[in-house]
Design a protein around this ligand. Structure first.
Ligand code: DGI
Ligand code: FE
Ligand code: FE
Length: 190
């Protein structure tokens, strides 16, 4: 599937704001893919489809978690997490994307994962630093993204966990595992 076809499928699924964010993720992820060596066509598809399910009804997403035997614990950490794994399922079913590397990058784009592929790291990081993002601390992560992929991903997941704690929200166990795994990856490089 080419870029124009993919964008045409995604656009009606998203608000204008979220579509602009998606274009930002696309642009940023291609820069990171070039720098760190991810496949540009896979990067393009994963970026365009990463938030495909963002505006699906929460009940529909919960039902898909149950019916498709996605990890049950996804149901106990608020609804924001669901769009990533459910999105990977729906992108395969509805848009016919069957590349497992692309689907993995969509599946893990919110929480990250342990031992992420380069493509998964690129999408995870681009989602955090694309030009329309304005979180506190994002500029430092943008600077690190040009120097060290793993350190930048670590900063992103650390910021997210700190943000969630300040907001009195639960932390999904895989987000903690992502943090610990990236700590090991970064420390092994020293
Ligand atoms: O979909 P986006 O807004 O582009 O970004 P995203 O897919 O990273 O989703 C961000 C949301 O996910 C934000 O509301 C925080 C939430 N989130 C991320 N990690 C966790 C989490 N929520 C909980 N409860 N636990 C997590 O570990
Ligand atoms: Fe998302
Ligand atoms: Fe996103």
């Amino acid at each position: 599937m080419n870029k124009e076809e993919a964008l045409k499928i995604v656009k009606p699924q998203l608000t204008d704001h979220r579509y602009v964010h998606t274009l930002g993720v696309l642009e940023t992820s291609l820069v990171l893919a070039e720098k760190y060596g991810a496949d540009p066509k896979k990067t393009e598809l994963a970026a365009i489809f990463h938030d495909y399910a963002k505006f699906r009804p929460k009940e529909e997403m919960r039902q898909i978690v149950k019916d498709e035997r996605l990890p049950e614990n996804l149901l106990y950490y608020g609804t924001e997490l669901l769009h990533a794994p459910v999105g990977a399922y729906l992108v395969k079913k509805e848009a016919g994307i069957d590349d497992e590397e692309v689907l993995g990058a969509i599946y893990y784009h919110t929480t990250g994962n342990v031992n992420m592929s380069i493509l998964e790291k690129v999408i995870f990081l681009a989602d955090y630093i694309e030009p329309n993002r304005h979180f506190p601390g994002v500029e430092e992560v943008r600077e690190m993204a040009l120097l060290d992929l793993e350190k930048a991903c670590l900063m992103a997941v650390r910021n997210t966990i700190q943000f969630l704690i300040r907001q009195n929200q639960k932390i999904y166990p895989l987000s903690i595992a992502t943090y610990n795994g990236l700590m090991d990856e970064v420390n092994q490089k020293k």
